[in-house]
Design a protein around this ligand. Sequence first.
Ligand SMILES: [Zn+2]
Length: 341
Amino acid sequence: MTAQSAGLVCAHHHLYSSLARGMPAPERTPAGFTDILELVWWRLDTALDLEMIRWSAMLGALEALERGCTTIIDHHESPNAIEGSLTVIADACAEIGVRVLCAYGVTDRHGADGSRRGLEENRRFLAEGGRGMVGVHAAFTCSDETLAGAAELASSFGVGVHIHVAEGEADRDAAKRLEGLTDDSWLLVHGVHLEDAHGLRGTVIHNPRSNMNNSVGYAAPARFSNPIALGTDGIGADMLEEFRLAYVRSREHDVTVGPELAWGWLEAGRDLVPEAANDVVTWHHGEIDPWYLAFTPGLSPVDVVIDGEVVLAEGRPTRVDPNEVRAKAAEQARRLFARLG
Ligand SMILES: [Zn+2]
């Protein structure tokens, strides 16, 4: 018996990280979250060029579609390939047929010129009619001027800011830094080290697998009064899997909690991008029920309809050859690893 659901939403992704799996090991074992950023992610993002970004996004969008995720809210950084990067990502997702909201993660890590160019890429993309938000890496890598500039740019386009907030200890004072800047359209990603009554407005995006993988602690998002939605932080876009992890992590924290809590977080993704509710995903078997899905790994979509178009039929993407996408992505991964090695 097949089952049908609406489209699943990944409310925080990094499509640029799709090629990272199997990358050359860092020079030493990272000892904490800031080390992981410096030795892995900031090493990777500086090596990216537009061709790598294109195939990384193609692979990430393909993998999303193959798991019934119809909508990706992406957060991108490529300090040596800023200009045009958001269009490359948007075009790649359009080619696969998956909906995407793009943002460039502005930061002062590369000096004032880097943050200026990052802000400009957000502005250019939005001004040309691109669908997205204004991205900021995190308060702890930005000056107050950059944070204010991003908030101002976002409000001038009527969109929110997509920003990592208090993911690790280093960003503990994020709530103070962002005081007075946020509104309900912001995406506050992680919130692990936020106080319960942190005073920031926006949707908190919970990424349980990433938080566990980076050993940053449990965000315990049920303690916030903000809406909560689920993201993967760049580790694929299998949102049923992320829901199961969110459930089991919430259960480890509080054994009286049922899967309806994490299911509500998954469904809240559609409040951010309402068209996803009209997408139709047909699963090869099962029931769309939190208790059933919390204990049933491995469900696969048979057909996916996005914006009225069949983009996955009998488990196969209709617009692209998945083997070709994987082969091209592997070729770009080899180029990337050669730079990192
Ligand atoms: Zn992230």
